[in-house]
Design a protein around this ligand. Structure first.
Ligand SMILES: Nc1ncnc2c1ncn2[C@@H]1O[C@H](COP(=O)(O)OP(=O)(O)OP(=O)(O)O)[C@@H](O)[C@H]1O
Length: 323
């Protein structure tokens, strides 16, 4: 059964500038985007800054009106049945604003349960269940001001789930959270999906998307570029292998261009490391380019060179660069 059905949804913003706001500019934030999320699925929406992810989510949770197309969440129209949509969904935006830091986690949850009209007879059980799901049981009496960012974000998720929504929207939940906290957060998201919640997630962390998502849509400049499972995205990207070369100091001038011009090379990325540069070379299937690449480097000291299969991040970079 379909949980989220997005049908050519669009959103433009009108910007006014100049004297008396006479100069008008129309920005298309989301441009005819369509996708479907099935019940129980964990669906990832990926894209660079400004791609239109948050605008899409805001329309799906009926915080923002579409200027074209439409969408249904759990069968409810996001415009015509906005109240029903809001009653049946939860959402959590990244960052840790919105909790009462002088109160304990328990008092925060009780307060929000009141606000969301969670019936009293089930409130305490629901809070206990959620504290277990987000891994904060035993810490609920502590004031939120002493919580780490990751703990606050998990508390936000518990808040967003108080009214037992069938669909949860998570917009960059792991932003600014350290690796251990981010792992805890991923476990929380996994547990939510295990309990049957449909999750739509945006993230800039590709390994997170790879680990969590059943399916992914990539959007760029407001348009949906590609959709599929993480495995499909990896195999759909042009490169079948990644040749990584770490060069001590800096890559010689002109070498990157020479490598990019080699047959069977799809793309070359250069990343600054501490005291070295890492070349990430996307290659065609079965290509053996080590000798050619070393020749292009013209004797520059190489710390390591090896071939590995493409990650979701490699595929994502190729997809975005090509779109
Ligand atoms: N209220 C607004 N008024 C004008 N332009 C807006 C408004 N909200 C968003 N935009 C523009 O719409 C585009 C999409 O923004 P959006 O926030 O949806 O991107 P995003 O993919 O969520 O980016 P990020 O990863 O940085 O959060 C951007 O160009 C943004 O400047």
């Amino acid at each position: 059964m379909t949980a989220i059905e997005v049908d050519g949804i669009s959103r433009t913003f009108e910007l006014r500038s100049g004297a008396f706001g006479r100069r008008r500019q129309v920005v298309t934030a989301v441009d005819s985007v369509s996708f479907q999320v099935q019940r129980g699925e964990l669906f990832g929406l990926l894209g660079p800054n400004g791609a239109g992810k948050t605008t899409t989510i805001k329309m799906l949770i009926s915080l923002l009106l579409p200027t074209g197309g439409g969408a249904r969440v759990l069968g409810f129209d996001v415009v015509g049945q906005a109240k029903d949509v809001r009653r049946n969904i939860g959402y959590v935006f990244g960052g840790d604003r919105g909790l009462y830091s002088r109160l304990s986690a328990m008092d925060n949850l009780k307060y929000f349960a009141e606000l969301y009209a969670v019936p009293h007879r089930i409130r305490d059980r629901r809070i206990a269940e959620l504290l277990a799901v987000v891994g904060l049981e035993g810490r609920e009496q502590e004031r939120v001001e002493g919580y780490s960012r990751g703990m606050r974000q998990r508390l936000h998720i518990a808040r967003g789930m108080l009214h037992s929504p069938a669909v949860l929207f998570l917009d960059e939940p792991s932003i600014g959270i350290d690796p251990v906290g981010a792992r805890e957060l991923r476990n929380t998201v996994k547990r939510l999906v295990e309990t049957g919640t449909t999750v739509l997630l945006t993230t800039h962390y590709m390994f997170e998307a790879d680990e969590l998502c059943d399916r992914i849509a990539v959007i760029n400049h407001g348009r949906l570029v590609v959709e599929g499972t993480p495995g499909q995205l990896k195999s759909r990207a042009g490169s079948s292998g990644i040749l990584e070369v770490e060069v001590f100091g800096a890559v010689p001038v002109g070498a990157t261009e020479k490598i990019a011009a080699l047959p069977e090379v799809h793309r070359v990325g250069v990343e600054d490391r501490d005291g070295s540069q890492l070349l990430t070379i996307g290659t065609a299937k079965g290509a053996d380019l080590e000798a050619d690449v070393l020749a292009c480097l013209d004797g520059a000291p190489v710390a390591r060179i090896h071939t590995r299969p493409p990650t979701l991040e490699d595929a994502y970079v190729e997809i975005i660069e090509a779109s």
